[in-house]
Design a protein around this ligand. Structure first.
Ligand code: HAM
Length: 429
């Protein structure tokens, strides 16, 4: 394929049969999340840049290096959303929620990050996400994780592991970042260049570093749970208690920090060994997100799962979405009069729920039309020639058995519906 016809690096065209995988993941989101009282929200793909700078945090990797930002003709700085939470919070805050009011939403759609493309790392990727705004409690966090596990079960992703940690409050993090700064500064010599820089600016990012030379220092770093205040520890313990009471398995990952600055208290990731280096299928947590021009933050809990990564895991598990059935009938039309009758018949058959392709003219021979019927995988060819039109009948040929029968035109919807059902049940045996 020549370069101008290829999608941009890190983006893809999604063709059948892969598209059926997507439909299954999207259908499951629309089925499972409403069971927990969540409603679908669609927000724009472009937003003002400041929304993400304020919301996600100007020191994060996403904001510093990965956003697709451009100026529109009015000189406004706009950005293609790199994630869903900030836009959803803008929309929810725009409703003017009164205190104590709750709102639960889920969303599906493309996100954009200018990362180096790799397996499971795309520049346009797709998330299903949820946000529950307005209730600060350990049970709310636990229920969010339980719903994610329910969703993973619905999309047949087995053996995923939940990793959990706490980031405490802003005050906890102020205390902890002092501890980490001192700790890493004492060990900075053997660490990578990025981490040396981070030790002075954002120590949290060091805990996320994947460079081999940094792992020893990171592995021995103090645990966040030991650094947060008693109240934060109690909040986190209660999240774990609820998960245990509900029979959910989890692992406390004491150095899990997540790459977005809005998190507070509970943070979690779901990882799967069927993925390579990009092993997180989902991530989330509790947050306090600051919107531009607003004094009070919006608080909530949520997660997002990456559809591309779920598909990779399903491939590793050999889970496949059912492919839609073949075409039920191909209407072969010989001559202009037959074409008109054939088109009218096709519309009637489709209204009965049958999948029908109709010849659209161009004077193609019977042989060429039968070849098309074969190629489309049609179960039946419905043949209309001059004689059939004059007698108001249709010659019906079963493509797999070559059995042939003639039926009155008016009875065709009923006859084909029954014939397709019989053929399908024979195939399923
Ligand atoms: P995140 O961890 O940045 O969190 O992304 C969530 C998921 O999106 C990841 O676990 C991964 O499956 C997928 N993902 C992220 N980047 C890429 C990429 N470049 N290519 C393919 N998949 C990717 C968030 O976005 C938060 N907004 C989640 C959240 C919602 N927290 C609270 N509410």
């Amino acid at each position: 394929m020549s370069a101008p016809l290829k999608p941009l690096p890190g983006t893809s065209d999604i063709w059948p049969p892969e598209v059926y995988e997507w439909l299954e993941l999207e259908d499951a989101a629309r089925r499972v999340f409403p069971l927990y009282g969540y409603e679908e929200l669609r927000t724009p793909v472009i937003e003002r840049t400041e929304l993400f700078v304020h919301g996600i945090g100007d020191q994060t990797e996403v904001v510093q290096k990965e956003m697709y930002t451009f100026e529109d003709r009015g000189g406004r700085s706009l950005t293609l959303r790199p994630e869903g939470t900030a836009g959803v919070m803008r929309a929810v805050a725009g409703l003017g929620l009164s205190s104590g009011e709750e709102r639960r939403v889920f969303y599906l759609g493309p996100m954009f990050r200018g990362e180096r493309p790799a397996a499971g790392r795309r520049r346009q990727f797709h998330q299903v996400g949820v946000e529950a705004v307005g209730r600060k409690s350990p049970a709310a966090d636990a229920e969010c994780i339980l719903m994610l596990l329910h969703y993973l079960e619905a999309v047949r992703v087995r053996d995923a592991r939940v990793l959990l940690n706490t980031r405490g409050t802003a005050e906890d993090r102020r205390v902890a970042s002092e501890v980490y700064r001192k700790y890493f500064q004492a060990r900075i010599d053997g660490m990578c260049e990025d981490c040396r820089r981070r030790a002075g600016t954002n120590v949290w990012r060091i805990l996320d570093c994947k460079e081999p030379q940094c792992q020893e220092a990171i592995g021995a770093a103090p645990e966040m749970l030991g650094l947060v205040a008693g109240e934060s520890r109690a909040f986190f313990r209660e999240v774990l208690n609820v998960l245990e009471a509900c029979g959910a398995n989890y692992t406390v990952a004491p150095r899990l920090v997540r790459g977005l600055d809005y998190y507070e208290h509970t943070v979690f990731e779901v990882v799967h060994d069927g993925l390579g280096a990009q092993n997180a299928v989902a991530g989330g947590g509790r947050y306090r997100l600051f919107l531009p021009g607003q004094k009070a933050p919006v608080e909530g809990v949520g997660f997002a799962a990456g559809l591309e990564r779920l598909i990779l895991v399903r491939q590793a598990l050999e889970v496949r979405a059912p492919v839609r059935e073949d075409i039920d009938a191909y209407v072969v039309c010989l001559g202009a009069a037959a074409l008109r009758v054939g088109l009218a018949l096709s519309v009637k058959l489709r209204r009965c729920g049958l999948r029908v392709l109709c010849e659209l003219g161009g004077d193609r021979s019977m042989k060429a039309q039968m070849r098309s019927a074969n190629k489309a995988g049609a179960r039946f060819a419905l043949i209309l020639g001059e004689r059939e039109v004059a007698d108001q009948v249709v010659t019906c040929k079963a493509m797999r058995t070559a059995e042939q029968t003639e039926r009155p035109l008016a009875e065709l919807p009923e006859w084909l519906t029954a014939a397709v059902a019989t053929a399908a049940s024979r195939n399923n045996k």
